[in-house]
Write a protein that binds this ligand. Structure first.
Ligand code: C5P
Length: 205
């Protein structure tokens, strides 16, 4: 069984994808980490993530890089959303994601284009959203827990900027697949959101 989980930043898609993977005993890939790895590699090389050639040159990074804690930072997320606009970068990361999705026994992948591009044949597709205010509040709380000092207003601004970049790009923009189930987590806690996600998957398989 292949489960595709897509949605905007801080919608809860990562938490839901991990919980589904645990529930069904499937391997999980957070595909945002691939774009974060490319963004961080370009910045470490002193390059510009907006330059497609520089981003493409670091797409062949070793798998161990996905465990680098630096990939979790807000700067890495911003760099990721810049390199992910380049079609050549998306093409370079395609095979890795497709192979993960197609492994025997199935997999759970979360990202922006799993149900539309990487695994259009997925057995279940969830499009996870929440209001920008709810997503900003969650991200802000996470940042504060990690010792961050960015204001709620600034985090909300980041969310709007990221949504605009992810939704308006030409290559694989963030859109709900026609056959995806919408899961709005604005009013849901983690347990309720996961229960709802499992119910949606069950109804599809
Ligand atoms: O999900 P996460 O916040 O880690 O993703 C970081 C960025 O990587 C996103 O804002 C998006 O621009 C890009 N991304 C993408 N396609 C994916 C996963 C992430 O374009 N499948």
């Amino acid at each position: 069984m292949i489960i595709a989980v897509d949605g905007p930043a801080a919608s809860g898609k990562g938490t839901i994808a991990r919980a589904l993977a645990r529930h069904y005993g499937l391997p999980h890939l957070d595909t945002g980490l691939l774009y974060r790895a490319v963004g961080v590699a370009v910045m470490r090389a002193g390059g510009d993530p907006a330059d497609p050639a520089q981003a493409l040159a670091v797409c062949d990074f070793p798998a161990e890089m996905l465990a680098d804690p630096a990939l979790r930072s807000e700067e890495a997320g911003r760099a990721a959303s810049i390199v992910s606009v380049h079609e050549a970068v998306r093409d370079a990361l395609f095979a890795r994601q497709r192979a993960f999705a197609r492994q025997p026994g199935g997999a759970v992948l979360d990202g922006r284009d799993i149900g539309t591009v990487i695994a259009p044949d997925a057995d279940a597709k969830l499009f996870v959203t929440a209001s920008p205010a709810a997503r900003a509040a969650r991200r802000h709380a996470e940042l504060q827990a990690g010792g961050g000092t960015r204001s709620l207003e600034a985090v909300l601004g980041d969310i709007y900027a990221r949504d605009a970049r992810d939704s308006n790009r030409a290559a694989a923009p963030l859109v709900q697949a026609d056959d995806a189930d919408l899961l709005d987590t604005t009013e849901l806690g983690i347990t309720a959101a996961v229960q709802r996600a499992i119910a949606l998957v069950e109804a599809r398989r």
